[in-house]
Design a protein around this ligand. Structure first.
Ligand code: TPP
Ligand code: MG
Length: 322
């Protein structure tokens, strides 16, 4: 199932992946400076998953995200300025500063939200997909979740219901091989996700999540299938996070060497860079895309800094219905 992705599309993916990385580096700097309310969980190292999946979606398709969700939002097309302002709790943020990193939502581009309770976004995705099916729309929903969610009852119930109802939802497990400090071998009785998902009667694939092409290829097939009424399916994308569980976490559960080897051998941006060079793209073109991403993030930082704090008088506005 190899689709030929145009060089132009791969270049767009390259810029988006840099946007995600630069955005999270800037978010980390804000966090270190004590400017962020709450924690920041970076997806640095995992950019190909969000990007490859979201490039297979249409604007009207929906996603649910996690505590590690900046990349999902950026890849789905969310406005960088409003995302960064949200991290700082500003009134100009996507959720008027109420959400922060872990509760952000961007309805304008189809993000139903980041859910920091592990696996909590998955039943919401299934509910949205059921609604789409009942209304006979041709939209699909992607539920992003981590390997840690595999041990949550909610996930099993959601997949069972989606399979039963043939809801148009794609379950995307970003297996970065850690749930905080716990490795899957210490938390999952069945680690073969394909075996696990197919036991619910749905197709499943385990793919290289560091290859944006592989992620896109499989996602495009899954999306096409779901959109055509074929029901749900499951993708495990094997990936790795280069930062700690959160910025500043003391990473006593893995060695520096492990991270360095992964960074060297499996950086998804470096891989795409090499792939584009092999297609004959000039290094200067790639530098310009990287530069454009940096400039967009710098502009988002300036926008976030300049925005006002929410007016305390409005604090209950979103708590009670009028
Ligand atoms: C139900 C629930 N239990 C525990 C936590 C605390 N917690 C936050 S993130 C996390 C690990 C999640 O791991 P995974 O799903 O693999 O996502 P990753 O952090 O690797 O992206 C845990 C246990 C939580 N947020 N929700
Ligand atoms: Mg994980």
């Amino acid at each position: 199932m190899t689709r030929s992705i145009s060089t132009e599309t791969l270049e767009q993916m390259y810029e988006i992946m840099w946007r995600i990385r630069r955005f999270e580096e800037a978010a980390g700097a804000f966090y270190q400076a004590g400017r962020v309310k709450g924690g920041i969980h970076a997806s640095i190292g995992q950019e190909a998953v969000a990007t490859g999946v979201c490039f297979a979606l249409r604007p009207g398709d929906l996603i649910t995200s996690t505590h590690r969700g900046h990349g999902h939002h950026i890849a789905k097309g969310a406005d960088l300025n409003r995302l960064m302002a949200e991290l700082l709790g500003k009134a100009t943020g996507y959720n008027r500063g109420r959400g922060g990193s872990m509760h952000m939502a961007a309805f304008d581009v189809g993000s139903l939200g980041a859910f920091p309770v592990v696996a909590a976004g998955v039943p919401v995705a299934v509910g949205a997909a059921l609604g789409i099916k009942m209304q006979e729309q041709d939209r699909v929903v992607v539920a992003f979740f981590g390997d840690g969610a595999m041990a949550q009852g909610t996930l099993h119930e959601s997949i069972n219901l989606a399979a039963l109802a043939q809801a148009p939802v794609i379950f995307v497990c970003e297996n970065n091989q850690f749930a905080v400090s716990t490795r899957p071998e210490n938390s999952l009785a069945v680690r073969d996700k394909v075996q696990w998902a197919t036991s619910y009667g749905i197709p499943a694939w385990s793919i290289d999540g560091q290859s944006v092409d592989a992620v896109y290829d499989t996602s495009a097939e899954a999306v096409e299938r779901a959109r055509a009424g074929g029901g749900p399916c499951f993708i495990e994308a094997m990936t790795y996070r280069f930062e700690g569980h959160y910025f500043g976490e003391p990473q006593v559960y893995r060695t520096r060497e492990e991270v360095d080897v992964e960074r060297r051998d499996r950086d998804p941006i470096a891989r795409l860079h090499d792939r584009l060079l092999a297609r004959g793209v000039e290094p200067t073109t790639l530098d310009a895309l990287n530069q454009a991403a940096s400039e967009a993030v710098e502009a988002a930082v300036a926008f976030a800094e300049a925005g006002p704090e929410p007016d305390p008088e409005t604090f209950a506005d979103e708590v009670y219905s009028p």
